[in-house]
Design a protein around this ligand. Structure first.
Ligand code: TMP
Length: 246
């Protein structure tokens, strides 16, 4: 099948319906703007399953997403959207670039969720934006920026509690949004251990052992596959538990 677009972790294919695209989740993993490359066995299948599950949960909370359905273990059908060239990052706890850029100590609980916008532009290394830079570069309108901020916070409120029920701390995560033909803003891309920092609450005193996300790959911590599997298992068990109790 002819590809419409190939990114670092996913391939997008067209379908017979121009409003619908097929997302194929790859096992390929990259870090540091693709300077580090590798594969994580079963990642495509796991990330597709986790993303599908989280998109469905968010839809149930009234958050519009591009998700339609999962059609294979590593393939999802999504609504065709024009992706905004922005990465919307929400942080609850200091880690990663926030610590590097501000000197905050890793693990510092932030007094309120921090929403940040990064420019999705590999040539520039995805720099941090300000509100006015977004407007000057025409990356989104003021109204869209406000919508992005409030959607990101609503998603954070829901996911923080959901992950906590899985005994996982949602440290931070990255979202992407797209516009459909009617200019509605839909949550797009994926939400997975590739795009979140997730810390195991049962290993709070072990800064490396608690990591259940792509930082295991970025920092060569080992046991990457089993961490991704653990996240999937906990999410699916939690959903089974809540549906059984309904
Ligand atoms: P950062 O601390 O490196 O800025 O990352 C913040 C969050 O965004 C973290 O959960 C990882 C995620 N992220 C991506 O999904 N893609 C990226 O390219 C980067 C740099 C971070």
């Amino acid at each position: 099948m002819e590809k419409l677009y190939e990114g670092k972790a996913k391939i997008i294919y067209p379908t017979d319906d121009p409003q619908i695209l097929l997302t194929h989740f790859k096992d390929d993993a990259t870090a540091f703007n693709a300077q580090k490359k590798g594969t994580i066995a079963q990642k495509g299948v796991i990330n597709c399953r986790i993303s599908s599950t989280l998109f469905q949960l968010l839809e149930q909370q009234g958050i519009a997403t591009h998700y339609i359905d999962q059609v294979a273990s590593n393939q999802m059908r999504v609504k065709a959207v024009t992706i905004l060239p922005l990465e919307v990052v929400v942080r609850n706890i200091a880690a990663g670039s926030l610590c590097r850029q501000t000197g905050l100590e890793e693990g510092t609980v932030l007094p309120f969720p921090l929403v940040e916008f990064y420019y999705k532009k590999d040539e520039l290394g995805d720099p941090l934006l300000t509100r006015d830079r977004v407007l000057i570069l025409n990356l989104a309108s003021l109204n869209q920026l406000e919508q992005l901020q409030s959607k990101a916070l609503a998603i954070n409120t829901y996911l923080k509690t959901f992950f906590s029920d899985c005994q996982i701390t949602l440290v931070d995560f990255k979202l992407e949004f797209g516009l459909d033909a009617e200019e509605n803003l839909l949550l797009a891309d994926e939400i997975s251990p590739d795009t979140c920092r997730l810390w195991d609450q049962s290993q709070t005193d072990d800064p490396q052992g608690r990591v259940l996300d792509k930082d295991r790959f970025r920092k060569d911590l080992g046991n990457v596959e089993s961490a991704y599997e653990e996240v999937q298992t906990r999410i699916l068990s939690q959903i089974e538990l809540t549906t059984r109790n309904e």
